[in-house]
Write a protein that binds this ligand. Structure first.
Ligand SMILES: Nc1nc2c(ncn2[C@@H]2O[C@H](COP(=O)(O)OP(=O)(O)OP(=O)(O)O)[C@@H](O)[C@H]2O)c(=O)[nH]1
Ligand SMILES: [Mg+2]
Length: 295
């Protein structure tokens, strides 16, 4: 009799205690937190699609979990980090990719107008040269005025040869000569290409021809962090044509929304981020550091 009484008191007190100190996360608690998070993500230029996918994942992870009352926000933050780490991919390693490449390795830079292709190609050239690889640059943008001179200037600064033809000439032929040079001299061929969007059918066809003729081992899609939601259009325009992403101008836009959106849409790794106009300003993407910074 007494024993049973004792037990029921014990049960009650632990119930009360858990009601006081622990909280089972239910819709009521979670909804406002998730709502707030979604707003923050959208404000950071994360696409609606990516924000909703993150929210859905979080709801699944958190609903019904028992959490000490004072730790609800901490728990939610932790879950946000986990979801983002899951979504982002920083597994691209340039040295390993070069080892896996054919000889000579051929690297393409593609993307919309002004996204930072030429600058990023020069930055990667600098990085590879620093690491003891020799590079030859190919002026595969024969379309935009002054594009060849721009690459040649990088070539002079970096003390790297630049293979170029006339403006309006076939960029696949430039690529061919660049690869041939690289093969003879045991270099890495880095080929710049003209900026284009998918409405430029001619330029898109031209790029497809370049890919066919030059069969790049690594193709970087270069996107500009400032283009926010437009990165989705870019991922779509080049779907199936790129291996990894470079997100430029992170020094100007630290929201990181573009990185999250394009990772969610493309499922491809972010290889590098550009964070300045100098040759050194190309960082390997580190998702842990990125998530720590934004959450
Ligand atoms: N602040 C900053 N500026 C950058 C970065 N990357 C590129 N830029 C600048 O962005 C502008 C465009 O860069 P480009 O490399 O010419 O871009 P692109 O994609 O080759 O351009 P098109 O050939 O015209 O399509 C230049 O003024 C660069 O200096 C970056 O990481 N940070
Ligand atoms: Mg360019």
């Amino acid at each position: 009799m007494l024993k049973r009484f004792k037990e029921s008191v014990k049960d009650f007190s632990s119930d009360v205690k858990s009601a006081v100190t622990e909280k089972e996360l239910e819709e009521e608690t979670l909804n406002p937190l998730l709502e707030e998070l979604r707003l923050k993500l959208l404000q950071s230029n994360v696409s609606l699609e990516a924000a909703e996918s993150i929210e859905k994942e979080l709801r699944q992870n958190l609903l019904g979990q028992k959490v000490p009352r004072t730790k609800v926000e901490e728990k939610v933050n932790q879950a946000v980090k986990e979801v983002l780490l899951d979504l982002l991919d920083d597994s691209f390693n340039i040295e390993e990719e070069l080892k896996k490449s054919g000889e000579p390795p051929v690297i393409f830079f593609i993307g919309f107008n002004g996204s930072g292709k030429t600058t990023s190609a020069a930055k990667l050239t600098h990085r590879l040269e620093e690491n003891g690889r020799e590079v030859v640059l190919g002026a595969g943008d024969t379309f935009r005025a002054a594009s060849i001179e721009q690459l040649e200037e990088h070539g002079r600064n970096l003390d790297v040869p630049v293979i170029s033809h006339e403006y309006e000439s076939d960029p696949a032929a430039v690529g061919y000569d660049t690869v041939e040079h690289a093969e003879k001299e045991d270099k890495v061929a880095i080929v710049d290409t003209a900026g284009r969007s998918h409405s430029n059918t001619n330029l898109m066809n031209e790029l497809e021809k370049m890919v066919e003729v030059n069969s790049p081992d690594i193709t970087f899609l270069v996107v500009d962090a400032l283009s926010g939601n437009d990165v989705l259009e870019q991922a779509e325009a080049y779907e199936g044509m790129f291996d990894a992403i470079i997100v430029t101008k992170m020094d100007v836009d630290e929201d990181g929304g573009a990185i999250i959106s394009i990772s969610e849409r493309s499922g491809k790794p972010v290889a590098f981020v550009g964070n300045g106009q100098n040759y050194e300003d190309l960082e390997s993407f580190d998702k842990e550091a990125f998530v720590e910074k934004i959450v």
